[in-house]
Design a protein around this ligand. Sequence first.
Ligand SMILES: C[S@@+](CC[C@H](N)C(=O)[O-])C[C@H]1O[C@@H](n2cnc3c(N)ncnc32)[C@H](O)[C@@H]1O
Length: 241
Amino acid sequence: MNKDKIYTESLANIANFNFDAQVADVFTDMIERSVPGYRAIITMIETLTEHYAQPNSNLYDLGCSLGAATLSMSRGLKAKGCQIIAIDNSAAMVERCRKATERNHTFEGVRVVEGDIVTTEIANASVVILNFTLQFIPLNERLPLLKKIYAGMRPGGVLILSEKVLFEDEHLNKLLAHIHHDFKRAHGYSDLEVSQKRSALDKVLIPETIPTHRKRLTEAGFSSTDVWFQCFNFMSMLAVK
Ligand SMILES: C[S@@+](CC[C@H](N)C(=O)[O-])C[C@H]1O[C@@H](n2cnc3c(N)ncnc32)[C@H](O)[C@@H]1O
């Protein structure tokens, strides 16, 4: 695994964060050292897929990056006649995700697509994953995207939505931001790396509160929604159609 050293040196100008080849090359190390609970969520996607995948349906990984959730879905999939569709709009991620899924012989029905999840059709879906992707979608496009996902799902299907979150209480917000900073330091990032990465993400990753997510999921049509996993200011929700 390549080590993330992107923000180790002091940068004169910090460009907006972008999922380019430089990021794709170190992404596994970056996300594991930056997102508390990421590995647990990826592992549990296997169990959730086994439970929710319906025969002859589609499973989507939206914003698949290198395909960690795609591979986890493929390991958990027991229903017959299914296809997994992994979508990302970063060419660098798609190229690496294709290689990773081609090396995986547990399940061969994976299609990796370079495309925008906002405009891609979702159809006949029993499992849909947005694993730390919705936070990168412009705010005004989030509800239309969730409505489209809901419309393309089968009854009984599940959306797994993982996000960095804000808290309504300002004291808790500051505390959790601090704890997250400590988590990154404990995983080898310097204060300079943390602060430069935070500046790069500032206008690109827009977190929201759990009540905001819950309200939007209900507005999109989902009947049962709740948090099934949380670690500090990172959480994952289930939304069932
Ligand atoms: C934080 S990463 C997701 C991590 C990944 N789901 C995982 O579990 O390892 C966000 C991904 O979403 C992709 N992305 C952002 N906006 C997108 C869009 N509109 N359409 C497709 N992919 C998008 C980025 O290229 C990036 O690979």
